[in-house]
Design a protein around this ligand. Sequence first.
Ligand SMILES: [Zn+2]
Length: 182
Amino acid sequence: MQDYIKEILIEIGEDPKREGLIKTPSRVENALKFLTSGYKSNLNEVVNGALFEVKYDEMIISKDIDIFSLCEHHILPFFGKCHVAYIPENKIIGLSKIPRIVEIFSRRLQVQERLTTQIATSLDEILKPKGVGVVIEAQHLCMIMRGVQKINTVITTSSLLGCFKDNLNTRAEFINLIKGKG
Ligand SMILES: [Zn+2]
C-alpha cells in the first residue's frame, strides 16, 4: 500500500522524499488499516456469548456512542453520535457489546444510511427482540471541508424495526430518551 500512497503524494504535487513525508506512507497505511479494521471483525466473535436470558420488557438504550467512519464516496471521515435502543423479547446483550458492534460497521467505508441499518439489523438478528431503534447524528468532512462548506450541518439517519416501527408510543419514548440530556 505504501508505494501507492507515495504515488498519490507525487500526484498532488508533493515530494515524498522530503523529511516530513518520509514516514507518511507507512503512517497512512497503518491509519487506513485501523480505520477499516471492521472488515476483519466477526459479529459472533465480538458478541462472544454475552447474551443473557432475562425477563425484562422495557426499553434498553445506549445513548451517545461515539462513531467515527469513512464515507465511501470520498474516503473522508464522518463522525458523531449513535443511539441504540431495543426492547428485549427474553434475551439481553452485555452493554459493553453495543459500542463494539457499532465499531464493526463504522470501521469500514460507509454511507451513513447503510451503517445505521446494519447496526439495527445485526441486533435484530442476534437478539430477536420486540424491536430495535438506531439513530445516527453525524457530520461529514466531505461536506464541511469541500463543496457546500456548511459547518454545522448534521445528518440524521434512523432505522426502526419491530415495535419501534409499528408502535407510535415506543417510537416517541425512544426519541424523547435520545433528546433528553444526561
Ligand atoms: Zn463523502
